[in-house]
Ligand binder design. Structure first.
Ligand code: WT7
Length: 658
């Protein structure tokens, strides 16, 4: 290890894996050689050893219709059986699967036997409600065990879930229901957030209020509801989960489905106003998440207590709360609420209470704890922790070092994991018992994964050169398409670079650089996608939302640097002349910020919103977001000579200074 001095560059700081950790590590360095020697054979071995196949596969990859890949295509499996029944059959039914902690302090513990039983029953309920293989079910739930039970029950019967994060608005929910043509919505009356009941069912009602929808039933889990308020109910459509489930059988035999049977759709923001329904399928996806969860997190399922703080509404919640950990028979903590409720140290109290050994969190959360001060985590006993993970955005070296020292007691390796909703699972990460870790770098592609840093013509770059992250070879967890829009799938991900003899090359949308050792440093998005608190937001989506407000003529949105959240949404708005009075009145900016929160969700609410007279545009009419970002970040204005009116930018910059 190199000690930090004032002039040490971050990339020269290296932490070797502790000897004891390396000696007991699940992943050995030989994985790299095994995968390099026969990449497809390596994945076939992983698929066979990590999963139970109802019918073994004989083909590993079919890339003949690239970019539409098929993995393990002639095999059959049941995803839920792999996450549940087989652990019980192997004699591990008494092992705890879920250690659930509600925000108010209530808790539930479900063993693998109990979770399997619950999922079987829920599968019978879905069948009773007319859900069949291939049907889509929208899930809009807080972080309660039923969220996981519902996802696994949908998977068990070969149907397709579309989980919508509970923080999204009624409008966003409706757009997702319509796009996937969901037949059923599973929700709760409400959940707990920041010490209060946060209602969900009313948003479902609002979503389904206007026009015909494909939804036949709304299944409602009873979780939380304010005493003094009435819960609206639509007879015939709305059903209580607890009442319905009491009427179905406990027995359910899992049937094998094709490896390429769709498992879920998860919507994510792109560069246009319309979210993309990322489609994942079964066998390849489950192989990828089980393999990465075991090796990257060094999972010893008999002894570890794993905790990923992600919500099931995001891909981390799919891959590393539900499918990866449960496929591996892990014991995991699930927490309903916010990190600082009711006390600022809630997360650390949970680590102590359950003896968490592996923690997977986002840099934003780490930075906000850093800001609040180390006294808070130091009030809890964190000595059970032996491995820390980071995901969602680049982790700055300062946050990395704080995480290791204050949370990890200078003992734990850290795995900084790069991946995306589209990749399904982790692609770039250290292996904790093998790789010497560099704070701030996600480092190397995992064994079996090929990643390159290329120029905009797709030509591989050398060390110390910045370029774009590209994935030249298909991988098992890769998205299989965008729901209902194959052309957008091809255009967005596979058309940026010229195809190679091996097929098209995947464009990740991230900038990257390899350092002098060849380690990869992620440089953030290169498209109009922002990353706020590790969540992806589209500039175009927020702009079109602002323009839908009656006062707004034009809007431009940028992601500006933010110390805690990585990036923050900053909006610039031109008001319509006939609404100038309202737009210039006090409270107008808050009204417009609230409009974004209510139409998309609170995470999209602009940190700042400026009502301006003009926006900087090129002569061809394109908004120069780069200049707006410079102004929002307080940088001196760059080259404004290509603007139609260079004084516009100066006026905006002057406004921002005040
Ligand atoms: C984008 C994907 C992966 C699950 C959560 C986010 C950024 C993600 C890292 C990392 C640097 C990262 C990228 C990527 N990102 N992990 N370890 N270092 N950047 O999933 O919403 O699909 O966003 O998050 O920009 O493209 P997502």
């Amino acid at each position: 290890m190199v000690e930090a001095t004032d002039d040490t560059r971050a990339e020269d700081l290296v932490f070797d894996p502790p000897a004891e950790f390396a000696a007991n590590a699940v992943a050995k360095g030989s994985l790299y050689a095994d995968a390099a020697q026969d990449r497809l054979g390596f994945w076939a071995d992983q698929a066979r050893s990590l999963l139970h196949w109802h019918r073994p596969f004989t083909q590993t990859l079919d890339w003949s219709e690239a970019p539409f890949a098929k993995w393990f295509a002639d095999g059959k499996l049941n995803v839920a059986y792999n996450c549940l029944d087989r652990h019980v059959l192997a004699g591990n039914g008494d092992r705890v699967a879920l250690l659930w902690e509600g925000e108010p302090g209530d808790s539930r513990r479900l063993t693998y036997a109990e979770l399997t039983a619950e999922v079987k029953r829920a599968a019978n309920l879905l069948t009773a409600l007319g859900i069949r293989q291939g049907d889509r079910v929208a899930i809009y739930l807080p972080m309660i065990p039923e969220a996981i039970i519902a996802m696994l029950a949908v998977a068990r019967i070969g149907a397709v879930h579309s989980v919508v994060f509970g923080g999204f608005s009624a409008e966003s929910l409706r757009a997702r229901i319509d796009d996937a043509e969901a037949k059923l919505v599973i929700t709760a009356d409400g959940g707990y957030r920041r010490g209060r009941v946060s209602p969900l069912k009313p948003a479902v009602d609002a979503a389904l209020e206007s026009g015909d929808s494909t939804v036949e039933h709304v299944l409602v889990v009873q979780r939380a509801w304010p005493d003094d308020e009435e819960l609206a109910w639509t007879d015939g459509r709305d059903l209580w989960w607890h009442e319905e489930i009491a009427q179905v059988d406990w027995e359910h035999e899992a049937q094998g489905f094709d490896a390429e049977n769709p498992l879920y759709i998860l919507y994510t923001s792109g560069t246009t106003g319309k979210p993309k329904g990322i489609l994942h399928t079964s066998g390849g996806y489950l192989t990828h998440v089980a393999y990465t969860h075991r090796n990257v997190f060094d999972l010893h399922p008999e002894t570890d207590v794993y905790w990923s703080t992600a919500d099931v509404g995001w891909v981390t919640g799919h891959s590393y709360v539900v499918y990866g950990p449960l496929a591996n028979g892990a014991t995991e903590v699930i927490y309903e609420g916010t990190p600082d409720t009711p006390r600022p140290g809630r997360w650390w109290e949970i680590v102590q209470k359950y003896g968490v050994t592996i923690l997977y969190a986002a840099p934003t959360a780490i930075r906000s704890f850093m800001k609040a001060g180390r006294e808070i985590p130091q009030q809890s006993d964190l000595s059970s922790l032996r491995l820390l993970g980071s995901v969602g955005e680049p982790i700055n070296p300062e946050a990395w070092l704080w995480y290791r020292e204050v949370i990890g007691g200078n003992r734990t390796p850290i795995v900084d994991t790069w991946w995306q909703t589209e990749t399904g699972g982790i692609m770039i990460s250290p292996l904790p018992g093998v790789t010497a870790a560099k704070p701030g770098s996600a480092q190397v592609p995992l064994p079996g994964i090929t990643v390159e840093v290329v120029d905009d013509k797709g030509r591989p770059l050398g060390n110390d050169e910045s370029g774009l992250l590209a994935i030249p070879e298909p991988w098992p967890g890769m998205l299989r398409g965008i729901w209902g829009d194959p052309q957008r799938f091809i255009d967005t991900y596979w058309s940026k670079f010229p195809a190679r003899p091996t097929g098209p090359v995947y464009f990740a949308g991230d900038g990257a650089r390899r350092d002098h050792d060849g380690d990869i440093w992620l440089l953030g998005r290169v498209d109009d996608v922002m990353n706020v608190s590790g969540h992806r937001l589209s500039t175009a989506e927020i702009e079109s939302c602002l323009v839908s407000h009656p006062w707004v003529a034009e809007a431009a949105v940028v992601g500006a640097h933010d110390e805690t959240t990585g990036q923050a949404v900053v909006a610039f708005v031109i008001a319509k002349a006939r609404h100038a009075d309202e737009a210039n009145a006090e409270g107008a900016t808050n009204e417009l910020r609230a409009h974004v929160a209510s139409s998309i969700g609170a995470i999209a609410r602009p940190r700042e919103l400026f009502i301006v007279n003009e926006l900087p545009k090129t002569r061809s009419g394109k908004i120069m977001r780069r200049l707006l970002r410079d102004a929002a970040e307080g940088r001196p204005l760059g080259d404004t000579t290509t603007l139609t009116d260079a004084t516009v930018m100066q006026a905006i910059a002057d406004r921002l200074k005040n």
